[in-house]
Design a protein around this ligand. Structure first.
Ligand SMILES: *Cc1c(COP(=O)(O)O)cnc(C)c1O
Length: 459
C-alpha cells in the first residue's frame, strides 16, 4: 500500500524537452502593420539562442548539462496519489498530482527560469529584467539568476507588492531587486501613473516596464525574460509531463483526464503537452485548462491577434485575449490575472484538442481547504483553481460510478499566500465575474488588428 508517492530515479530525469510546434500549426507573431516578426526584431529583447528556441520546429530539444544540474536540486518531482482526497470524496476515481512545490521558490516556474538564465549567461548577458504578479515568477528568476551569477530586476504589480511583502524579501535573499509597478523609472510606468495615480497595476503594465528597461540599456548587456505565454517557456515546462509519463509507466497506469490551472498557460502546458501529443496520435484523453471566472480568457474571450503588454511593445500574438489594457479587479486574490494566454494553448482550444473550464473564486478556495485537510499540502491560490476542477471530476465519477484516472498539476505551495487564506476564512473573499459591458469595453483595443487564420493540426 506504500504506493502513495511515485519517485522517478534521478538518472531517469528526461534529457530533452518536447516542442509541440513540431505537431501543431501556429499563426506567426506579427508587427502592428501586419508583417511577420523575424528573429532580428526580437534581438533587443531576448538573447538569440532563446529566440531560436522560440521558433524551432524540432520535436525534441536537448536540456543542457548545467541546466540539468540545477534542476536536479528538486527534480525529478514526485507524482503523488491523492488517497486522502479520494477518501474524503468517496470517489472511485484515482487522483494523482505532480507536486511542483518542492523547488526553492515553491512553484513550477524555476523549470523555465533556470534554462532562461543559463541561455542568457551563455550569450554574454549580465542583467535580466522581468515583471511579476503575485511574486512567484520574480522569485523564480531571482533564484535562477543567482545560480548563474546574473543581476535581476523585477517590476512587481503594485497591489501584490503591497499585499505580499515576503515575496520581495525572497527575491532580495537571492540578490534580486524588486520595485512596485507602475514605477516612475520608465515611460510606460509614468504614463500609467498619469492616467490613474491610484492604479493597482497589472501584469500588462509591468511587462511594458520590464521590456522598456531592458531595451533602453545602451550597454547591450540586459535582456528581458517572460515567465509564461511564449513557446520556449511552454517547451521548458514539458519536463513536468515527460516525468509524469515515466512515473505513470512505472505503475502501469495511464491518465484519462489531465487538469492544470491556466494563467499564461505554462504549468498546464508543462503537464499537458506530452499528453496532447498522445491525443493527436489517437489516444482518448480529456484535457482541461482551468481559469478563474474573474479573468475568463479561454472560456469567454475571442481568439485574436493582440499585444502581450499594455503599452504595445510586444509583437501581436495569436491568442485568446481580454484586451491588452485589461486591469483585473483588485479584490481577486487567486492569481491568474493575465489578459492573454499562450498562443500554443489558445491554438489547441481553437482546434478542440483541449477544453477550457472556469471556476469561481470561493469554489477554488473551498477545494484548496479540502485539499489541505485531506492531503496535507497547502496549495497556492492559483493551484486551487485546478483542484476545484479535480473535485468536480471526482464527484462526477462518483455519480456515474466510473473508475477514471485523473492527473493534475499541483503548480505550487501556498505558504506565502496565507494572507489570502486568512481573507477566505474571514469571509472576505467573494465571487467576481466580468460583466458583459466590461468584456466589450476591454476588447475594443484589438478591433483594428489583423485576425488569425483558422489552422488545423494534421492527424
Ligand atoms: C505563476 C503561477 C501559475 C500561473 O502561471 P501559468 O503560466 O499559467 O502556469 C500557476 N500556479 C502557480 C503556483 C504559479 O506560481
Amino acid at each position: 500500500m506504500h504506493d502513495r508517492k511515485i519517485d522517478l530515479p534521478t538518472r531517469e530525469m528526461p534529457r530533452q524537452w518536447y516542442n509541440i510546434l513540431a505537431d501543431i500549426p501556429l499563426n506567426p507573431p506579427l508587427k502592428p502593420d501586419g508583417s511577420p516578426v523575424g528573429p532580428e526584431d526580437l534581438a533587443p529583447v531576448f538573447p538569440m539562442n532563446l529566440i531560436e528556441q522560440e521558433m524551432s520546429p524540432e520535436r525534441w530539444i536537448d536540456i543542457p548539462e548545467p541546466v540539468m544540474d540545477v534542476l536536479s536540486l528538486w527534480r525529478p518531482a514526485p507524482l503523488l496519489r491523492a488517497r486522502g482526497l479520494e477518501k474524503a470524496l468517496g470517489t472511485p476515481a484515482k487522483i494523482y498530482y505532480k507536486y511542483e512545490g518542492g523547488s526553492p521558490p515553491g512553484s513550477h516556474k524555476p523549470n523555465t527560469a533556470v534554462p532562461q538564465a543559463y541561455y542568457n549567461k551563455v550569450f554574454g548577458i549580465e542583467r535580466m529584467t522581468t515583471e511579476t504578479g503575485a511574486g512567484q515568477w520574480g522569485s523564480a528568476l531571482s533564484f535562477a539568476c543567482s545560480q548563474f551569477g546574473l543581476e535581476c530586476k523585477v517590476y512587481m504589480v503594485r497591489i501584490s507588492f503591497d499585499q505580499k511583502p515576503y515575496r520581495k524579501a525572497m527575491m532580495q535573499a537571492w540578490g534580486g531587486q524588486c520595485v512596485p509597478s507602475p514605477s516612475e523609472e520608465t515611460q510606460a510606468g509614468r504614463n500609467a501613473l498619469e492616467k490613474d495615480p491610484q492604479t493597482p497595476g497589472s501584469l500588462g503594465i509591468a511587462i511594458s516596464e520590464a521590456i522598456e528597461a531592458a531595451v533602453s540599456d545602451t550597454s547591450g548587456k540586459t535582456r528581458y525574460s517572460l515567465g509564461s505565454v511564449l513557446n520556449h517557456v511552454m517547451l521548458h515546462q514539458t519536463i513536468i509531463g515527460l516525468e509524469a509519463q515515466k512515473q505513470f509507466a512505472m505503475i502501469g497506469e495511464t491518465p484519462d483526464v489531465i487538469i492544470g490551472c491556466a494563467g499564461g498557460g505554462s504549468n498546464f502546458a508543462g503537464l499537458a503537452f506530452p499528453y496532447v501529443r498522445d491525443k493527436i496520435n489517437g489516444q482518448d484523453i480529456a484535457i482541461y485548462p482551468v481559469e478563474p471566472a474573474a479573468c475568463p480568457t479561454l472560456t469567454q474571450a475571442p481568439f485574436v491577434y493582440d499585444h502581450g503588454d499594455t503599452a504595445g511593445y510586444t509583437p501581436l500574438l495569436p491568442m485568446h485575449s481580454l484586451g491588452h489594457a485589461f486591469v483585473p479587479p483588485p479584490i481577486h486574490a487567486g492569481g491568474l490575472r493575465y489578459h492573454g494566454m499562450a498562443p500554443t494553448v489558445s491554438q489547441l482550444v481553437h482546434e478542440g484538442l483541449i477544453e477550457p473550464r472556469s471556476v469561481r473564486q470561493t469554489e477554488a478556495y473551498e477545494a484548496g481547504v479540502l485539499w489541505a485537510r485531506s492531503e496535507g499540502f497547502i496549495p497556492a491560490p492559483e493551484t486551487t483553481n485546478a483542484l476545484a476542477q479535480v473535485v468536480k471530476e471526482a464527484r462526477q465519477a462518483k455519480e456515474e460510478g466510473q473508475e477514471k484516472t485523473i492527473a493534475v498539476s499541483f503548480s505550487g505551495h501556498g505558504l506565502l499566500d496565507l494572507a489570502a487564506y486568512d481573507k477566505y476564512f474571514e469571509g472576505e473573499l467573494t465571487d467576481v465575474c466580468m460583466l458583459d459591458e466590461e468584456m466589450q469595453a476591454s476588447q475594443e483595443v484589438f478591433s483594428e488588428f489583423p485576425k488569425p487564420e483558422s489552422l488545423k493540426s494534421g492527424k
